[in-house]
Design a protein around this ligand. Structure first.
Ligand SMILES: Cc1ncc(COP(=O)(O)O)c(C=O)c1O
Length: 401
């Protein structure tokens, strides 16, 4: 099938025909068991050789000036390492980041800071602005928090399926919230339209042709998370860095930051980087498989923050060149992983726990040996899971919407 990619904002041409891989290829993992079916998987081990320029150093310094800033915990889980046949497994715990229950405030704080500074320098009307965004939950809440702190207004568009408690949390930050009866891509389109007025600024965490500068700052904002991990690993005797980092992926901006960090380090070995998406919103896996960015039709998933149908335009080239592997997981697998992490004392919502589900999918079941080889893993490897949200960020597991 020939696919031409257009961001959902591009209405000049027909949106690409939604692409789906055969449902027969999907993995059904519950209770830690894998079905005999082959998981949806893509691998390109040559990505470990690819290199790029590093992120700007000043981002970390900026975060250090924020009153609530502190590195988040990196928790070692030896029982998982034993189960999965690697030396050490660490989980990055983003359940309390800048006093919010997900990692997103790192990016929102930096991008809002840069956008407002640029606006002031341009001589624009110094009156209050409205920070506009679309969100599956976490990003919108972080933007609303920053707006409130800086005396600005926030207008947030949420797609169908975001849990009412997540919507209420955004409203509680003082934002005006509009629920869009459609997908995340539809909500992004609405936010961009709304932000067209002179007293508004779109703070979106995905890019498309013509809107790439602010998403670039979003990606830079995540660099602090990677720098913290390297320091924490070094203090635990892993000076060479991890052998594998598992990243939950929606539009791919976080993965773009992780790739930029690990493919630009002057020393240490290049880890394998694995993206993990919901089965029902695997736009990056689908794009990698086809060798070109595509949109997919999405449907409900408990992994609300990953429920995105189109890769970010700036993330795509990095994902294509610097990502070793991509896997898709079911809600059941992510929910089971969240329960397992909870039993080990780590608070995780389904998006964060998806990384454990993805790791388990990669390292167990049919053809696991081949996948382990693609990732360059053996019994001496160190794995880092990015658990990007705590339970309160995404209440889907606790109650149905
Ligand atoms: C908790 C969580 N993890 C991961 C992601 C994925 O980030 P990205 O959309 O940059 O791929 C999101 C996005 O909203 C999220 O909320």
């Amino acid at each position: 099938m020939s696919i031409s990619w257009k961001h959902p904002l591009d209405r000049s041409k027909r949106l690409p025909e939604p692409v789906r891989v055969s449902e027969d290829e999907t993995e059904d993992e519950t209770e830690g068991r894998t079905s005999p079916r082959t998981p949806r998987w893509f691998a390109r081990p040559a990505a470990r050789l690819w290199r790029c320029a590093p992120p700007p150093a000043e981002v970390r310094n900026f975060h250090a000036t924020l009153a609530d800033y502190a590195p988040t915990p990196l928790t070692e889980l030896p029982s998982l390492a034993g189960e999965l046949g690697v030396r050490r497994v660490f989980v990055r715990d983003e359940s309390c980041r800048l006093r919010l229950p997900a990692f997103k405030a790192l990016a929102a704080s930096w991008a809002v800071h840069r956008a407002l500074a640029e606006r002031a320098a341009s001589g624009a009307d110094p009156g209050p602005v409205t920070l506009v965004t679309a969100t599956d939950g976490n990003h919108g809440r972080a933007v609303a928090r920053m707006a409130h702190r800086l005396g600005q207004r926030a207008r947030v568009f949420v797609p169908h399926g975001v849990h009412p408690r997540a919507v209420a949390a955004i409203t509680a930050e003082g934002a005006e919230v509009t629920e869009v009866p459609g997908s995340y891509d539809d909500a992004v389109r609405r936010a961009a339209e709304k932000a067209a007025s002179p007293d508004a600024v779109l703070i979106q965490d995905t890019a498309w042709a013509g809107y790439e500068r602010i998403p670039g700052w979003i990606v830079e904002g995540y660099s602090t998370l990677c720098a913290e991990i390297d320091e924490q690993l070094a203090s635990r005797g892993v000076a060479e860095g991890p052998g594998l980092v598992c990243v939950p992926v929606g539009v791919g901006s976080l993965a773009q930051a992780v790739i930029t960090h690990y493919r630009s380090r002057p020393s240490g070995h290049a880890p394998a980087l694995l993206s993990v998406e919901p089965e029902t919103a695997a736009c990056v896996l689908e794009s990698l498989t086809r060798g070109a960015p595509v949109s997919v039709t999405t449907s409900h998933t408990t992994m609300a923050g990953l429920n995105c149908g189109t890769p970010s335009s700036t993330a795509w080239p990095r994902l294509r060149d610097g990502l070793d592997a991509a896997v898709a997981v079911t809600d059941a697998a992510a929910d089971h992983a969240a329960a397992r992490l909870a039993a080990l004392g780590v608070s995780s919502g389904p998006c964060g726990a998806a990384t454990l589900a993805g790791l388990r999918t990669a390292l167990t079941g049919r053809d696991a040996g081949d996948r382990r080889t693609s990732l360059g893993l053996d019994a001496t490897s160190v794995v880092v899971l990015l658990n990007t949200e705590g339970t309160s960020a995404n209440p889907h597991l606790a109650t149905a919407p």
